[in-house]
Design a protein around this ligand. Structure first.
Ligand SMILES: Nc1ncnc2c1ncn2[C@@H]1O[C@H](COP(=O)(O)OP(=O)(O)O)[C@@H](O)[C@H]1O
Ligand SMILES: [Mg+2]
Length: 261
């Protein structure tokens, strides 16, 4: 018997009025696995992520994490051990890199509002630990020398790395990345590839949406293809890449015409 997957989506469906954006999608991610999710623009990839992370309550289906139903509430999903980044960068632009990561950690600290107001010893200890941990994460993503820079003054690639550090600050077991290399140059894309490998080496499983085929093929243990909301194909990267149905789905939508939404 195979062990319980870390993430299991069962028949996840999301309808907006008459539009079925996600159509009965089954997907699993095992502990320590890197799974790719690809598909043409508008295929429902981001909507599927939103269903996994509690931003949307799926019209139908179930999302299980380590065998337990995930409550469709973003804060609860984070606390359960799932973190994400967004297709469009969402950072606190006028906060420093370090502060952005500290905010990402707050789901893990327990002192609470009263302690924070009283600035009691427990609050101070947790703040110190948060700061140390945030520094370690900035170092991990290659931003050790940028901790005091405002997020908005970081390079584009730097902002993307900072988002990953912030997501990791909640100490997830699964990280969801929505187009982490969108808009990156080839050098930044390669660095992101290495970073995702390093994330996995820390014991964090990864589910990644990406258009860059080379990135997906270099990185993923398994790839699923969404087309018009439904899972068309799933398999090893090499098999998926040459699958006729996948090639057909991508015809007329080459990578360089994709514009991030
Ligand atoms: N909140 C929403 N309300 C209505 N339609 C939506 C909403 N979010 C996404 N959609 C639609 O769902 C479909 C899938 O979108 P999306 O998940 O963003 O695709 P992808 O990430 O694969 O490019 C699109 O047709 C989009 O317009
Ligand atoms: Mg998207």
């Amino acid at each position: 018997m195979s062990p319980t997957p870390l993430l299991e989506a069962r028949g996840v469906t999301m309808r907006f009025g008459g539009l079925t954006a996600v159509d009965r999608v089954d997907l699993t991610v095992a502990e320590g696995e890197i799974v790719g999710l690809i598909g043409p623009n508008g295929a429902g990839k981001t909507t599927f992520f939103n269903c996994l992370t509690g931003l949307y309550v799926p019209t139908d289906g179930a999302v299980l994490f380590a065998g337990t139903a995930l409550p469709p509430r973003p804060a609860k999903v984070t606390r359960a051990g799932v973190a994400r980044t967004f297709q469009n960068i969402r950072l606190f632009a006028n906060m420093s890199a370090l502060e952005n990561v500290i905010v990402g950690r707050h789901t893990r600290t327990r002192a609470g509002l009263l302690a924070a107001l009283g600035r009691g010893p427990r609050y101070r200890r947790e703040e110190r630990e948060s700061r140390e941990r945030a520094r370690e994460l900035l170092d991990f993503v290659g931003l050790a020398d940028r901790e005091r820079q405002l997020a908005r003054n970081l390079s584009y690639g730097g902002q993307r790395r900072l988002e990953i550090a912030r997501a990791l600050a909640s100490e997830p077991r699964l990280l969801l990345l929505d187009e982490p290399t969108a808009g990156m140059n080839p050098q930044e894309t390669r660095e992101t590839e290495e970073l995702v490998h390093a994330v996995r080496a820390r014991g964090v499983a990864v589910l990644v949406i990406e258009h860059d085929m080379r990135f997906i093929m270099n990185l993923c243990d398994r790839v699923a293809v969404l087309v018009q909301g439904a899972k068309l194909v799933e398999g090893a990267p090499g098999d998926v890449q040459t699958d006729e149905r996948v090639v057909e789905a991508y015809l007329g939508a080459p990578d360089d015409e994709e514009t991030p939404v």
